[in-house]
Design a protein around this ligand. Structure first.
Ligand code: AGP
Length: 609
């Protein structure tokens, strides 16, 4: 998704803006641009492609002494990713520049409105319409011109605006696309997320939807779009910069895979009352009797988070006997779902900004449902739109392919399922048994990570394959889906996840010596059936990579490769079985020379529908 950085202060803005954009690269983009305010007015530079190309087009002597500006990385939604469509966009006088994340739904009507009034529209973008609208409403006050323009707009936006008519001022506003203000000493910043400003300050103010900020080097003030003054809370960011750096790993993704023992401990920390065998999830803002009243739980998410939701369904239904349905957020919001005030909707999202998930949550709320969130990004839109929720505390996840966030989402869902179970029929001892197993998971993941070299050797044998099939049963069926998604999104190999039993209903036609099959075959009630599925694959010259439990020597004679993982409580096995699949996908992608952290066409947070 697009990234915004703005700076106003007493330092040279150019290096601050460029390094800020680089910290946002992980969000995914295809063009970049910058506007700086000099004594001669606004100077704009834009280019298609990566930030390095933008940098090479800028002469520091032209831009070097400016101390105010805005910059942008664009992930194309309207208009192809080229230099002219890149942001910032300027009005016809060149006195106002604007950068924008989001989609202006009514931009065509506004475009006609402006053309009829003599405005010269140069690009295919919805964003350009916005800057002309600001100009149309300008009557000496930049903030009021932005307010008036936004009142004419339908859609989502995160914007930053500067003007040579108002040196020393940045106007910023958001509706559905995140913006945060960074508070420095005689300097202030605004950006899409805190990673762009952590070098300068850890004191931040998260803008809410429908708020407008007027920012100068010394001060800032926030009003609603209806011009009601707001006094937002100043928060302190605890994430350090090195959490954002690669810490010596080749890619963010492998760093984040190896962070999982730590991030899983963070997901549990302070959330287990072992004496009572009860997890503590106070952030849900639900009393025990309210938890008991939950009869129907809707889990909604996208992508990897949707796979976590599927695992949550198996866990919660079995442990708490609460009816759970899992919904793709993009489908849920448009299919007239049955929701009422007895419904509980739980949105799961790493970024907390996924447009489809946020919209599904709002749809449920409009029908009276209680809306909860399991989110990583503190202060994100989904977090703030929830009646209650649980932060997974996985820290910034920079790699586009989600790994540590997924296991922490599953961990929190396991805590939730245990809590709901204890509110119903689970005894103290049963609760303690689950929590005891759960507390061992981080160390067990640590042990699996030591298998990386073995997994890398397997990757070397299969990285040239064009297709993969992933099979699992029960609570490990969603792990097969997630393993397949990991592989396809970073290596561009076509991979499908299937319930193992489903293979005979079609996919078995694909099996031959060129179709590697990854099978999660753990010692559980359906182990024998999975072994039959493996035999069916081998009978057709299929090659099998099995994820199996330590000590299972039988399987070693039946497959081509075995990756052994420790045993745990059956409903917690996804927390372990996914780890080898993450590592396998990573090394295959590296061997194929893919851009592992920023795969083609993908964005870290899909803030458009
Ligand atoms: C995960 O590897 C993908 N990058 C993608 O499917 C992601 O899970 C999905 O876009 C949902 O994102 P969210 O968790 O931030 O809502």
């Amino acid at each position: 998704m697009c990234g915004i950085v703005g700076y106003v202060g007493n330092k040279k803005a150019l290096p601050i803006l460029i390094s800020g954009l680089k910290r946002l690269e992980y969000r995914g983009y295809d063009s970049a641009g910058i506007a700086l305010l000099s004594k001669n007015g606004l100077m704009v530079a834009k280019s298609a492609g990566k930030i390095a190309r933008l940098e090479s087009s800028i002469s520091p002597e032209d831009f070097g002494n400016c101390s105010q500006g805005i910059a942008h990385t664009r992930w194309a939604t309207h208009g192809e990713p080229n230099q002219i469509n890149a942001h910032p966009h300027t009005d016809n006088s060149g006195e106002i520049a604007l950068v924008h994340n989001g989609i202006i739904e009514n931009y065509r009507a506004l475009r006609e409105f402006l053309i009829q009034r003599g405005y010269d529209i140069k690009t295919d973008t919805d964003t350009e319409i916005l800057v002309h609208l600001v100009r149309f409403n300008y009557d000496g006050d930049l903030t009021e011109a932005v307010r008036a323009a936004l009142n004419q707009v339908d859609g989502t936006y995160g914007i930053a605006v500067v003007s040579s008519l108002h040196p020393g001022t940045i106007v910023a506003s958001r509706m559905g696309s995140p913006l945060v203000i960074g508070l420095g000493n005689d300097e202030n910043l605004v950006a899409s997320d805190v990673s762009a400003m952590l070098e300068h300050t850890n004191k931040v103010v998260y803008l809410e939807d429908g708020e407008i900020a007027t920012i100068t080097a010394e001060d800032y003030n926030v009003t609603t779009i209806q011009n009601v003054k707001i006094s937002p809370k100043v928060e302190e960011v605890t994430w350090s910069l090195d959490q954002i750096e690669k810490a010596g790993y080749e890619h963010f993704m492998i760093k984040e895979i190896h962070e999982q023992p730590t991030t899983l401990r963070n997901a549990i920390r302070g959330r287990i009352n072992f004496e009572e065998g009860i997890p503590r999830l106070d952030g849900l803002n639900l009393q025990y009797d309210e938890l008991r009243q939950i009869k129907r739980l809707i889990l909604t998410a996208c992508g990897t988070s949707w796979h976590a939701a599927l695992i949550g369904e198996y866990f919660i239904e079995e442990m708490a006997r609460v009816s759970v349905e899992v919904e793709y957020a993009s489908e849920f919001r448009y299919r007239s779902p049955i929701i009422d005030e007895d419904s509980f909707l739980l949105a799961i999202s790493q970024s907390g900004e996924t447009a489809d998930t946020l919209a599904a949550m709002r749809e449920a709320r409009q029908h009276g449902a209680t809306t909860l969130g399991i989110v990583n990004q503190v202060g994100s839109s989904i977090a703030r739109a929830s009646d209650g929720g649980v932060y997974i505390h996985a820290g910034p996840e920079i790699g586009v392919a989600s790994t540590k966030a997924f296991t922490s989402q599953v961990m929190v869902l396991s805590l939730l399922g245990t809590l709901l179970g204890r509110m119903r029929h689970l005894s103290v001892q049963q609760g303690q048994e689950v929590l005891q197993s759960l507390q061992l998971i981080p160390d067990q993941v640590e042990k699996i990570l030591t298998l990386e070299d073995q997994i890398k050797k397997i990757a070397a044998e299969y990285y040239k394959s064009n297709n993969f099939l992933y099979l699992g049963r029960g609570i490990n069926f969603p792990v097969a889906l997630e393993g397949a998604l990991k592989l396809k999104e970073i290596s561009y190999i076509h991979a499908e996840g299937y319930p193992a039993a489903e293979m005979k209903h079609g996919p078995i036609a694909l099996i031959d010596e060129n179709m590697p099959v990854v099978v999660i075959a753990l010692k559980d009630p359906v182990y024998d059936k999975v072994m039959s599925n493996i035999a069916e694959v081998r009978a057709r010259n299929g090659r099998v990579i099995a994820i199996a439990n330590e000590g299972d020597t039988e399987i070693a004679e039946r497959v081509n490769h075995v990756i052994y993982i420790p045993e745990t409580f059956r409903l917690l096995t996804p927390l372990l079985s996914i780890v080898p699949l993450q590592i396998l996908a990573y090394h295959i992608a590296v061997m194929r020379g893919c851009n592992v952290d920023q795969p083609r066409n993908l964005a870290k947070s899909v803030t458009v529908e």
